[in-house]
Design a protein around this ligand. Sequence first.
Ligand SMILES: Nc1nc2c(c(=O)[nH]1)N[C@H]1C(S)=C(S)[C@@H](COP(=O)(O)OP(=O)(O)OC[C@H]3O[C@@H](n4cnc5c(=O)[nH]c(N)nc54)[C@H](O)[C@@H]3O)O[C@H]1N2
Ligand SMILES: Nc1nc2c(c(=O)[nH]1)N[C@H]1C(S)=C(S)[C@@H](COP(=O)(O)OP(=O)(O)OC[C@H]3O[C@@H](n4cnc5c(=O)[nH]c(N)nc54)[C@H](O)[C@@H]3O)O[C@H]1N2
Ligand SMILES: [Mo]
Length: 763
Amino acid sequence: MTQTRVVRTVCSPNCSGACGINAYVKNDRIEKIEPAEFPDERFRRICLKGISMAMQRIHHPERLRYPLRRVGERGEGKWQRISWDEAFDFIAGELGRIRDTHGSRANAWTTMTGNYGITATTSPERMANVLEGTWFSYLGLMGDAGCSMGYLPTLGVFNTSNEWADLVGSKLVLIFARNLADTGHSEMHFLFGAMEAGARVVVIDPRFSRTASKADQWVSPRPGTDAAMLLGMIHVILERDLLDHEFVATRSNAPFLVRSDNQQLLREDDLYGNGSQQTMVWDERASCAVPSGSVKHVALYAEQEMTLADGARVLCRTGLSVMREAWQAFSPAQAAAICEIPEQVIVQLALDYAQQTPAAIWLGQGAQRYFNGHLAFRAAITLGALCGNIGKRHAGVNWSDGAMFRLLFSLPEEWRFPGGKRASEVRGTRMMEAITQGDPWPIKSLWLAGYGFGTQSPNFDRFVKDVLPQLDLFVITEQMMTPAADYADIVLPCVSYYEDEMDLVPSAENHYVQLRQRAIEPVGESLNDWQIFAGVAQRMGCGEHWSMPAEERCRYLIGNSSDPAVANIDTQALFEQGVARLDLPDPHVPFADGVFPTPSGRIELYTEQLAEHGQAVATYTEPFESSRKPVAQRYPLTLLTSHPMHTVHSQHTNLPWIRELVSEPRLEINPSDARARGIAEGDLVEVFNERGTVQVKALLSSSARPGSINLPQGWWPRDFPAGHYNDLVHVTNNPAQDAIIESNFAIFDNQVELRKCPVIASN
Ligand SMILES: Nc1nc2c(c(=O)[nH]1)N[C@H]1C(S)=C(S)[C@@H](COP(=O)(O)OP(=O)(O)OC[C@H]3O[C@@H](n4cnc5c(=O)[nH]c(N)nc54)[C@H](O)[C@@H]3O)O[C@H]1N2
Ligand SMILES: Nc1nc2c(c(=O)[nH]1)N[C@H]1C(S)=C(S)[C@@H](COP(=O)(O)OP(=O)(O)OC[C@H]3O[C@@H](n4cnc5c(=O)[nH]c(N)nc54)[C@H](O)[C@@H]3O)O[C@H]1N2
Ligand SMILES: [Mo]
């Protein structure tokens, strides 16, 4: 009998909570897991998903154990077990042949969020770079880029938030589109703590989510209309002059003068032809334009015709004057009509937010899953800035911060681009057309790692039908025989978190980095992504880039990070106790110094670069498809697919303990919408539009907003009698978003109809 060993490691899927885990191991099997000691007790936790994953996924019957090569037709399910040598030789041979025939960019890679170890999650892009292939960017394809596209132009960062613990002390918490109780339930106690300390919590969500059920107030806007609601609130704040004048004048670019002829900021050079690109403000005392930052008495509102150096007379206004005019269209009454909520709710929330300080806004991903969904974030940041609620304790306009982003955004150059080699990037949301049309260049192989492509990506049915036939080689590295792996030419088995070599796992919910350590030997012949890419790279003459051992990689990633908060962490604590905090004050309040990493160093409420897209200032546009678009005549219902409580995407869906709780997918539909279609509880219904169908049982629930239905995501195609919800979605190019980062997969921006499935008589 061997002794039980305890290994401190980390659970690492994309709930991104990164729970520290003590794994009790005996005879190379995990007997049980429990929360590991953590420097901040408030993050010492575990959940049913994590327990199920450790106990039921590692040795699951569908776990892949050997490299497999397709012997039948694609998707036919006929496989031959091969050795790693055969797999590496075959893939290297094919990649080399494709490169020699079509150029190195004809080999493409992408990933998603399967494993938040830093080595694991960055290896696919690294491989694309090393082989100078095509890299399909994945933030837009993920459907999470909308949030960042609100932050980047305004605050100069991809994401930011005060720490969760900082919620305690807020007087008012407005939660837009985050279902924390389901998608961050390990953080939910911070919200309860804030409520016990006196915070009033308002949840804004079309659905009566589990989080809404715990709030003091629930507001249910029509899907995709948050930006209008926020502009309605801003309207009230401007009208009643409740804004923080000092903050707006000194910390934002709202007082900068804007030329009305070209919507660009007025520069000193425009006035004097002196070459100075200095932006200008209006000096209230001297009644003249002066360089920003040079005077105290800055006008927030001003409108003045000015003579430019070339003699032209141009009307110039402060950014805030431009905004006030643009937002005339969003009076509370108009906003209420757009959002289909009472006008008084908007007025009262605006007054509360401006007056019950400190007030915090917490944003979730739900609101950005619409065409122009980034505008909800933009409007929220604008509201926060106008009220001076940014860079302060118990306040902020918060969405996701933490060590994960710090590490990913500060990777050493040589790590990402070994030897200076670089892939050519194509937007992941263009993957289908890029491959089918050979635009911008021919792509003949695709290798996916860490991506539940058959359940999580848009229009996988179309991929199989139209795109796959264009590919000479389709490789998947996976743990399970997933719906996408079913269609691969080669399936490579990869380790689970508990079998992996050492890796760094940072969290998106706190500022700690942890060490993931191997608890058990790899199941079957599985390897990790690094080892797998190394095997192919060696055969293609670039193995030297994949030779660093695991612990050295972890030390290298920290020591060479371009972010001092990462580079200066206590590595002794990390390697001895398995966890260390970034070198940041506790609590860390972003922008407490009033400096913002934007070109002006201020919050940029006016963005001249987006003027050509009609988005120089925060605004609202109707979703691409909505109940008010012509498409609604045929497809009146908006289809939401919120994130599920009991699984992280597709990863836990098949586990027996999870199935005991959620045995099958259910479509949430308001009883009024059901009645109108003759649908009763439990009926099998067909949800459809021109793009596809899915059959699913109905769950009549008044939590669904009339006019919208919700099917929590993460289910596999085999969980439905026919179709899949991601067959009904579309990915539409958005030039404004492409100007910021990239078009976002607007997952909830889809209109559908549904009908009861005919009952097939059995005999
Ligand atoms: N258990 C679990 N946790 C997870 C995940 C998981 O799969 N399972 N996934 C992780 C990942 S990758 C992400 S991106 C996050 C996502 O987690 P969240 O940020 O919570 O995002 P969603 O579940 O997409 O949507 C949240 C809420 O937004 C609402 N909503 C939909 N449309 C609108 C709208 O127009 N306005 C407003 N105000 N609300 C709207 C939905 O009804 C839903 O209740 O969760 C993470 N955490
Ligand atoms: N309809 C709809 N679709 C959505 C969403 C939605 O709300 N609605 N949400 C979107 C969002 S926000 C996100 S973030 C994405 C998430 O999409 P994914 O990141 O694709 O989600 P997962 O189901 O976690 O799939 C990850 C896969 O990686 C595998 N894996 C785990 N560890 C490793 C590893 O170390 N190596 C390799 N090679 N594989 C590994 C797992 O077995 C799993 O199959 O889904 C998006 N899709
Ligand atoms: Mo996500």
